[in-house]
Design a binder for this molecule. Structure first.
Ligand code: SF4
Ligand code: SF4
Length: 364
């Protein structure tokens, strides 16, 4: 019998409506018992006659947990795809329930001693609506500090409203903050059900003070000078890519660079100005833009190849024969699903796996 305490709704969803539990491959299980003794929820029993573990109470299993599969020495345990959990968390009611739970437990989960570590106040200097679902936000430090000097192009920051009891959101920084302008530029896309981005769109105003923590993340430029570069971004994944390309062109204005940037709707192309500038200064810069929905007034910048569809399809249909793949590095940023698809297509095209650098922030 499943234990009633594990059958409580999972962030509002009835547990018995969620397909999440382990499956043991009896032919592979070596009967070590690690999963049986390791799972505190008594999902397993042990069949002493067959010397195998048995999934006995599948509904006791914690949604999203894969601990037993990770510790099984024989790789005998499998789970549904993690996209099962991704799609649950994508529901606004679920991620709001998770946020509310975290806020409710803040006292036990939060260490006040760390509150001021690595945290700085920034003023909203400019808030520009750059499309129906896109904002460009410019943040300046409230007082002189060296924080901006620490940002490396490709990194991200946690941004919070100090007077709202809401969770923070992480955003990749899309400029080089230490340049003479001394600001942090964020590209914010409105997501359905996103409470923090919703607040930024509807309530946040110029002059507001935000807390900013960071920089975080290991995604950064790390190629040898003679390498050609392939950048692939989906949606707001263009933010870290933009800052890295700016960094490279500052040092080498004629670098061989190919950029693919895909969005859902051409209205999301809110940062075309830098692309036009790169095309004008770097004769070796090539750009492919993709969108599934094309507005009637959209015209791609001169010199840009436009493809109606996904960035994945554009890549799959591209001829890489002209590319010297051995001397090329690739940088990817965007949602995890797109990144996984793009990695697969690059490998099929013959791209060396160890030359693909991924913004792991996108793989959360
Ligand atoms: S941990 Fe793996 S090998 Fe060991 S009993 Fe469980 S399923 Fe079998
Ligand atoms: S995934 Fe976690 S909760 Fe589920 S059976 Fe394995 S150890 Fe137990």
């Amino acid at each position: 019998m499943p234990d009633p305490k594990y059958l409580k709704p999972w962030h509002g969803l009835p547990r018995d409506k969620i397909h999440w539990n382990p499956t043991v491959d009896e032919n592979v299980c070596i009967g070590c018992g690690t999963c049986v003794t390791g799972c505190s929820r008594l999902v397993y029993r042990f069949d002493f006659e067959k010397n195998k573990s048995v999934v006995y109470d599948p509904l006791n299993c914690l949604v999203g947990c894969t601990t037993c599969a990770n510790i099984c020495p024989a790789n005998a345990i499998s789970f549904p795809s993690l996209e099962t959990v991704d799609s649950l968390i994508a529901q606004a009611t679920v991620h709001h329930a998770i946020e509310d739970d975290l806020i409710g437990r803040k006292a036990e989960l939060f260490n006040p001693a760390e509150e001021h570590q690595n945290k700085h106040k920034f003023i909203v200097d400019k808030k520009i609506q750059a499309g129906p679902k896109n904002l460009l936000v410019y943040l300046k430090p409230e007082s002189a500090n060296d924080k901006l000097k620490e940002f490396v192009p490709g990194q991200y920051a946690n941004v919070c409203s100090p007077d709202k009891n809401w969770l923070c959101r992480s955003y990749s920084v899309c400029n080089i903050p230490d340049k003479e302008e001394s600001y942090v530029q964020l590209y914010v896309r409105l997501e359905d059900g996103g409470r923090f981005t919703g607040w930024m769109f509807s309530e946040m105003k110029e002059g507001d003070v935000l807390n900013l923590k960071g920089p975080f993340g290991a995604f950064r430029y790390q190629s040898a000078e003679d390498k050609s570069l392939l950048f692939i971004a989906r949606g707001a994944g263009f933010a870290p890519i933009k800052s890295i390309i700016e960094q490279i062109l500052e040092a080498d204005p004629q670098r061989n660079i190919t950029l693919y940037w895909g969005v859902t709707d051409t209205d999301d192309f809110c940062l075309l100005k830098p692309i036009k500038e790169w095309l004008s200064i770097d004769t070796n810069f090539h750009c492919v833009l993709t969108a599934r929905v094309v507005s009637s007034d959209f015209a791609p910048p001169v010199g840009v190849v436009f493809h109606q569809g996904t960035v994945y399809n554009a890549l799959a249909n591209s001829y890489f024969e002209d590319f010297d793949l051995v001397n090329m590095d690739a940088y990817l940023a965007g949602p995890s699903k797109t990144i996984k698809e793009v990695i697969n297509v690059l490998i099929i095209k013959g791209f060396p796996k160890d030359r693909i650098f991924v913004d792991s922030f996108g793989l959360k």
